[in-house]
Ligand binder design. Structure first.
Ligand code: FE
Length: 150
């Protein structure tokens, strides 16, 4: 028996979604810029995807056994091979959940749950705003995560 929650995004609504080509300017911090964009555009729920180049990234790893966060920063020039994330709201505030994978000079990749990343080159994103569908978040004590509240 599998359990899950779902929100149906109606086809006409999906077709009517606003999409934004978003270019974050050089040397800006991606998570702060994305949150600012979502506040200004009043995005309640949506997704973001993209590519680019960065000079620094900080990731956060949650150890499920201890529920302790382990953060790690990489300070080097890297290509964003994939940025994927979503927008929701927690207590009315914009809530971003973004994962990023990036490649280093030697073509190995690092990645994970993104806390911050600084653009050094380009940051070319595509944002889809789901419009009317509001997606919430709430803290889940079992996992220690802010999970979807839908
Ligand atoms: Fe995550």
């Amino acid at each position: 028996m599998y359990t899950y929650k779902q929100v149906k995004v109606k086809a006409p609504l999906l077709e009517g979604n606003d999409r934004f080509i978003l270019n974050i300017d050089n040397h800006q911090e991606i998570m702060e810029a994305l949150a600012d964009f979502a506040r200004r555009q009043k995005i309640q729920s949506g997704v973001v995807e993209g590519i680019g180049a960065i000079s620094e990234a900080t990731f956060r790893f949650l150890d499920p056994a201890t529920k302790q966060y382990v953060d790690k920063t990489f300070q080097e020039q890297m290509e964003i091979t994939n940025l994927t994330g979503n927008f929701s709201r927690k207590e009315g505030e914009v809530y971003l959940h973004v994962h990023l994978t990036c490649s280093r000079r030697d073509y190995t990749c690092v990645g994970g749950h993104l806390l911050s990343a600084r653009v050094n080159g380009a940051c070319e994103l595509l944002v889809t705003d789901f419009g009317l569908t509001s997606v919430g978040r709430r803290f889940d004590p079992e996992t220690g995560l802010n999970l979807y509240d839908i």
